[in-house]
Each structure stands twice: as C-alpha cells, then as structure tokens.
Design a protein around this ligand. Structure first.
Ligand SMILES: Nc1nc2c(c(=O)[nH]1)N[C@H]1C(S)=C(S)[C@@H](COP(=O)(O)O)O[C@H]1N2
Ligand SMILES: [Mo]
Length: 411
C-alpha cells in the first residue's frame, strides 16, 4: 500500500508541475501572450526552467519504482502505454529543455533541434494532457463500474464483444468508451490544425516570402537597386524562419521622417536622411542569424554599410567605451564595446536577400551582429551613439547575458 501511496503522491506533484509548465510554456511561446508578458518573459522563463528541473527531480524519484510499477500494470495495457508515453514526453521535454537553458554551451544546430523538439512535444503533449485529465475525471472513470453501458451485454469490453450464443462479435460501446472517443476527437480537432500549421511552417525553408512585403508595410520606401552579390543572393537565399520580436508596438517608419544619426564622442557627428544614406557605398555579406532562444536563420545575404565605415566617417574620439544602438521604437537599445568593433561584419543593413528588409524584421534599416546572439541586432535602427560609459541593453537589463557571443567550436 505504501508503494501505491507513494506513486499517487508523485503523480499528484507531477500533475501540478506539468500544469504550471504548460501554462508558463504557452505564455512564452504564443506571440500574443508573449507580447502581453513584456519583460516579464525573462522571469517567467526562469520559473519555467525551475519547474522543469523540479519535474526532473520527480522523474528521478519515480524511476527506481518503474519496474515494480510496470509489473503492477502488466494487465492494463492502456495504462502501461500511457505511462511509457508520458515518460518519453518528459524525457524529451527535459532533454531539449536543458539544451535550450544552457544554449551557449551547445552549437546552434543543437539548439535548433532542441527548440523544434520542445515545441513539437508541446503540441502533442498538451492536448494529450487535456485528454488524459478529461478522461480520468471521476464521472468518466467510475462510469465503467457504476453507470450502465449504452448497450447491455453480459461481458462488456471497450469495443467488440464475442457472443458465444451466436458466434458473432457485436460492437458494444460502453458509456466510458463513448465519452473517451468524444473527448479525444474534440481535443484532436482543436489541436491538430494549429499543430499542422506550425509543423509545415517550421519545416518550410524560410518565412521570408511569407512575411508582409516591404512594398505593403513600407510603401514609401522604394526598393533601391541591389548590388550584384545581393541579387541573386550570394548566400543562395536565407534558410530558416525568423520569429518576429518586438518589445513594444512596432514603430511607424516613414521615408520623410526617417533618419540615421551617428553622434556621441565623435569628431564629426552627422544625421542622414534616406537619400544621403542610400548614397553611401554599401557591401554585401552572408552570415547566419541566431537567437538565444534557439532558432536560427542560415545564409542570410545582407546588404548595407559596415558599422566601421560609419565610425571612421564620424571619427571616434579617444577613451570611449561602447557603441550604443537605438531603435526608433523608443525603447529598445543595445551596445557593443569599442574593442568589439574589430568585427567587420557588424552591419547597418537595409537589404536581405536582395530586397528591402521587411518592416517586421526591423526594416528598412536594422543592425546585424552575426557573431552575437540576435538581441544585439537592433531593429528599426535610427541612432548610433559612441559613449564613454557602460551601457546595458534592453534584454540585458532584464537578465540576458551582456556577453552575447555565440557558441564557437572548441579548437
Ligand atoms: N527594436 C527591437 N530590436 C530587436 C528586438 C526587439 O524586440 N526590438 N529583439 C531582438 C531579438 S531578441 C532578436 S532574436 C532579433 C529578432 O529579429 P527578428 O524579429 O527580425 O526575427 O531582434 C533583436 N532586435
Ligand atoms: Mo533573441
């Protein structure tokens, strides 16, 4: 009996943890909920990780009992299957969760795979949990013993009963089976379409073509002629899907009022309008874009002005500390140290794969810092300020590491 009590307790604890994980995970994942969270998302992510570790502890406490438990369930195939299924789910969630948690200790390809797995298991796992809860509530599970079946026969099984008298098998549907089927179908009908939508869009090469076109979202910015390396894109076309992030309503960007300022501790500060910006020589680079949450877009062909050309033009004074980047959303900033400007691939970009950067991706002009996680790559860039003190960027103030270097292969 003590064994059963112990299992029951572990099950109850696990159920609560899973519920909290599902709620916090869903909030972190779905863009509208994510937007609602704002900066709370960093703390919620911490909580989600802590809950995940707690569920790992529960699994660890359970595992020594698994042999005995399975033996006990040997005559209950459905429960055995449920148990194994749940254990596989948990293992997958925890394993991929650890990679996502310790993202900087793994190559981006690992994080990409872990994120895909984490999401995929969630699309399967949450509907399964709903089904599991719904079909295990008392009114359903006790109906087997107390409520009369829809069709009365001496021996009732879930489905199909052999009748010795006539030698035939008749379909007998108990109330319990019927309700399970209804619940199962409903849950599947609700969750399958968005799951398939998610699956097809994550297996798609890129979401660049599916994004609202720059022509529609940035109507007054005409497409500038791309350099030969830009179109057709030297990198062969971006592979992977951007998730669209913003911490506040996306700012309106208009050509008339658009400007880029380079100022602060420089000899020759300047402010450009769109035409002056376009007149400056541009370059093309192919690089990968990695977000610290695990997704990547490979082989992006960016066209724009290397940061260093702008800094040379402005003339950086001695003794400065950082270069700070502002977004025209008025809220988002980030910075790199003056030493880190050795990176020649930090770019003030205006085209991606030969087309003006879509507004959703921070267009028409965003920063790209390919060797660091995406949060350094400020969208809707409108100001570059050279400063003499430390600056902590938007997400860094909220818990992201100031050191944003992407995992580099050990040499
Ligand atoms: N202005 C602004 N820039 C931003 C962000 C943001 O929310 N606002 N998110 C950052 C993060 S965390 C990432 S991963 C990338 C995402 O770029 P995307 O939205 O074009 O996919 O933009 C970065 N730059
Ligand atoms: Mo990110």
């Amino acid at each position: 009996m003590a064994f059963r009590v112990r299992l029951r307790k572990l099950h109850a604890i696990n159920a609560w943890i899973m519920l909290l994980l599902a709620v916090s995970g869903a909030m972190l994942y779905f863009p509208p909920l994510r937007a609602l969270l704002g900066e709370g998302r960093v703390w919620l992510k911490q909580l989600h990780i802590a809950l995940g570790l707690a569920s790992l502890a529960v699994v660890a406490l359970y595992l020594p009992s698994i042999g005995r438990h399975l033996a006990q369930l040997s005559k209950r195939r459905a429960q055995q299957t449920n148990l194994l299924f749940v254990l596989v789910l948990l293992a997958g969630w925890i394993g991929s969760g650890v990679v996502l948690w310790k993202v900087r200790s793994f190559p981006p390809a690992w994080s990409n795979a872990a994120l895909f797995m984490h999401d995929c298991l969630t699309w399967i796992g949450i509907p399964y949990m709903v089904y599991h809860i719904a079909t295990r509530t008392r009114w359903l599970s006790t109906s087997r013993h107390h409520a009369p079946p829809l069709v009365k026969l001496p021996e009732i099984r879930e489905l199909g009963t052999y009748e010795p008298a006539t030698g035939t098998t008749s379909l007998v549907i108990s109330r319990r089976y019927f309700l399970k089927a209804v619940v199962g179908t409903t849950v599947a009908a609700i969750s399958l379409p968005p799951f398939l939508h998610w699956l097809t869009s994550s297996l798609r090469d890129t979401n660049l073509n599916a994004l609202p076109d720059a022509a529609a979202t940035l109507p007054d910015f005409p497409q500038p002629p791309p350099l030969p390396d830009s179109l057709p894109p030297k990198g062969g076309g971006a592979a992977g899907s951007f998730r669209i992030y913003t911490v506040i309503d996306m700012p309106k960007v208009e050509k008339e009022t658009w400007s880029l300022t380079v100022d602060g501790l420089v000899e020759r500060p300047f402010q450009w309008n769109w035409d002056t910006f376009l007149a400056f020589p541009r370059e093309v680079q192919v690089s990968n874009f990695h977000c610290v949450t695990g997704w990547s877009v490979y082989n992006c062909t960016w066209e724009g002005i290397p940061l260093n050309r702008l800094l040379e033009l402005a003339g950086v004074k001695d003794g400065v500390k950082m270069v700070k980047f502002y977004s025209s959303d008025g809220v988002y900033t980030d910075a790199i140290t003056i030493e880190q400007t050795w990176m020649e691939d930090v770019m003030v970009a205006l085209m991606l794969d030969g087309k003006l950067i879509p507004h959703d991706l921070g267009g028409p002009v965003r920063l790209v810092v390919p060797q660091m996680y995406g949060y350094k790559s400020v969208k809707w860039l409108n100001r570059i300020e050279v400063i003499g003190e430390e600056h902590t960027g938007y997400w860094e103030q909220r818990g992201y590491a100031k050191d944003a270097w992407i995992w580099v292969p050990p040499s």
